[in-house]
Design a binder for this molecule. Structure first.
Ligand code: AKB
Length: 348
């Protein structure tokens, strides 16, 4: 592996997922030495941004192999993105628990072991989610308005439960690790609670906020879309470039400026009907019909309508670059038109 002394070495788990793919490009362009790990294969066009690619069993966060393989690398930062999302987790809760919780525990152990070896702190940046919030009814959710980090932490999905647990595991590893033996912690854990992400380049798999990106991609491809939630459904969303920016801003923030370790980040919170209207404005032949899947609807109904991200704005200068109008006009629509103009239907 060719790594230069001036390069920071960064591990990305779940590298082949939506956020991972976007982050790899950004870090590769910033001259970081990227180690990409995922059980799935990395899209071939991304390997040029990576110093090491671990795929299949070698990239699996649930086994100790990954830790053995990487403990000697002078990694300073880990973006631990590997996780099973909400809908997929409900379909196989035991597997999702294994990946989301055991995977995170293994990564925290790896960070601690690398920190011990090199006697320096290793950052673990963790994408948490709005699924950690849980409301008993649509009325309660709208009454609550923009939820703050310490309220309504009553997740109703396995995904939300595992993410909330892992936030707390990360805090434990940062401050109380093996406290009875007075062991030093080498982990600097920081988490972001992501809203639904919308990318023009990739489609999510296994989430419940997927209706927004699916609606847009279907319209851009000229295929009809059956939206599985009610038109009045409201949760927060964010354009992918802002998601990547948030990860990097939090990673670069001075530790002393952080008043907490887990932050909400927001951008816009449209209803499904508003998204459908905007999509139809840009793609007049779009065919979007609402056909509610009551079980998936119950999941999004339990999530917050919007988030209060004042702490992130105050502590590390968070501000989305894309509000709703700009996200469509300047990122999603131009990029998606270009994507489907150059991609054959077999690749879609
Ligand atoms: C999901 O739908 O599961 C995710 C999320 C909101 O965290 N996109």
């Amino acid at each position: 592996m060719a790594v230069h002394d001036s390069q920071e070495m960064v591990l990305i788990t779940g590298a082949s997922g939506e956020l991972g793919q976007a982050l790899i490009k950004e870090l590769g362009n910033r001259n970081s030495a990227v180690i990409a790990a995922d059980v799935r294969s990395l899209p071939p066009e991304l390997t040029r941004y990576c110093s090491v690619v671990l795929e299949g069993e070698r990239g699996d966060v649930t086994t100790s192999e990954l830790g053995y393989a990487l403990v000697e690398y002078p990694i300073t930062r880990i973006f631990h993105l590997a996780a099973v999302l909400s809908t997929a987790a409900e379909r196989d809760p035991v597997r999702a628990h294994q990946i989301n919780v055991q995977g995170t525990l293994n990564i925290l152990e790896l960070a601690q072991a690398i920190g011990q070896r090199y006697e320096r702190t290793v950052q673990v940046i963790f994408p948490s989610t709005i699924a950690v919030y849980g409301f008993a009814s649509v009325h309660d959710k709208h009454q609550a308005g923009k939820v703050t980090e310490d309220n309504a932490l009553e997740p109703r999905t396995l995904y939300g439960v595992t993410k909330l647990h892992c936030e707390r595991l990360g805090i434990y590893y940062s401050h109380y690790y093996k406290q009875l033996s007075g062991e030093q912690s080498w982990v600097d854990f920081r988490a972001l609670r992501f809203p639904g992400l919308i990318s023009a380049e990739t489609l999510p798999t296994g989430g419940t906020s997927d209706y927004a990106p699916e609606m847009l991609h279907a319209a851009a491809r000229g295929v009809p879309y059956l939206c599985f939630v009610r038109p009045d459904t409201q949760i927060p969303f964010m354009a992918m470039p802002d998601g990547v920016r948030a990860l990097l801003l939090l990673a670069q923030a001075e530790r002393s400026r952080l008043s907490r370790q887990v932050y909400n980040i927001g951008a816009f919170a449209p209803t499904a009907a508003e998204i459908a209207t905007t999509v139809a404005e840009y793609f007049p032949s779009a065919s979007i019909t609402f056909q509610v899947d009551t079980r998936r609807q119950a999941i999004v109904d339990s999530w917050c309508a919007d988030v209060n991200d004042n702490a992130a704005r105050r502590d590390w200068g968070w501000e989305p670059q894309y509000d709703y109008v700009r996200a469509f006009a300047e990122y999603l629509v131009p990029a998606i038109k270009q994507r489907y103009a150059t991609v054959t239907t077999e690749n879609v």
